[in-house]
Design a protein around this ligand. Structure first.
Ligand code: GLU
Length: 267
């Protein structure tokens, strides 16, 4: 008989066709070409009816070296300038990765604030729907020139949850540089939490701003907030170790990887 873990994974991911993948700054800074390539290669091997929307950070991480800045600065205008420089490089990397498989991409820049505006929300929704219908892969980032929300906190985690609502996603996959949420520091024997059915009691107490590289402003706190937001839209979230091989296929095959946040409607 299937375990409760497997059963919940089947319920949340077994039929998922429209998937939002959020890739964090640290993964893209470490592997600016390899990480997009790994995702594009995997998508090419999956069921062709799967639709992908990528929420990609990494513009600042790719822009800072061009400005000759080694350490992430505090000043927002410098970070915004780096994002403006890095964004085109970031999108080129995604374009090349998917291009190998004859798939086209589109750049979408959004702000959380803009999405609070009903007309703008509908405009974004219509544009994304048209792209998905044409089998184009949207690559979404925050418009860092006009908004600094995700630079300050979240590294696009919240934006990813909002995108799930925009496209009526079946699942949100957050690629990160850790194995998932742990019940204590993994370096001190903390264990991965495979399933969260109640965020308040099973996730919040264990979320700390652990983030190994310091390149993004994410950490587990913003991922848990994002999972809660997505759950509010009825969308399950899976926090995954983005560096692991075939992680997308394994996640969609309902293997016991990462931490799955189950929305109330699927409990
Ligand atoms: N939009 C930002 C980026 O792409 C978010 C991540 C960050 O703060 O580094 O770089």
């Amino acid at each position: 008989m299937a375990s409760a873990n497997t059963e919940l994974r089947r319920r949340c991911l077994g039929q998922a066709k429209r998937i939002v993948i959020k890739v964090g700054s640290s993964l893209l800074a470490e592997s600016p070409i390899g990480q997009p390539a790994a995702i594009a290669d995997e998508l090419a091997r999956l069921d062709p009816s799967i639709e992908l929307i990528v929420v990609s950070s990494g513009a600042i991480a790719l822009g800072l070296p061009v400005m000759g800045i080694a350490q992430r600065p505090e000043q927002l205008p410098l970070l915004q300038a780096a994002a403006a420089i890095g964004q085109s490089r970031l999108v080129q990397n995604w374009e090349r990765a998917f291009g190998v498989h004859q798939r086209h991409i589109a750049q979408i820049l959004l702000t959380g604030d803009g999405l609070n505006h009903p007309e703008r929300f509908t405009n974004a929704q219509n544009a994304l729907a048209a792209l998905l219908k044409a089998r184009i892969i949207p690559i979404v980032n925050e418009n860092d020139t006009v908004a600094t929300t995700e630079i300050t906190f979240g590294d696009n985690d919240e934006l990813a949850a909002l995108v799930c609502n925009l496209v009526s996603a079946d699942a949100l996959l957050i690629y990160t540089d850790v194995n998932g949420l742990h019940d204590a520091d993994p370096a001190k024997g903390g264990k991965r939490i495979p399933i969260v059915t109640d965020i308040e009691t099973q996730a919040r107490p264990f979320a700390s701003s652990e983030s190994s590289s310091g390149l993004g402003q994410g950490g587990m706190v913003s991922k848990v907030i994002s999972a809660e937001r997505a759950a509010g839209f009825g969308v399950p979230t899976l926090i995954l170790p983005g560096r692991e091989r075939n992680i997308l296929s394994r996640a969609l095959a309902c293997e016991d990887v990462g931490t799955l946040f189950v929305p109330k409607s699927r409990n």
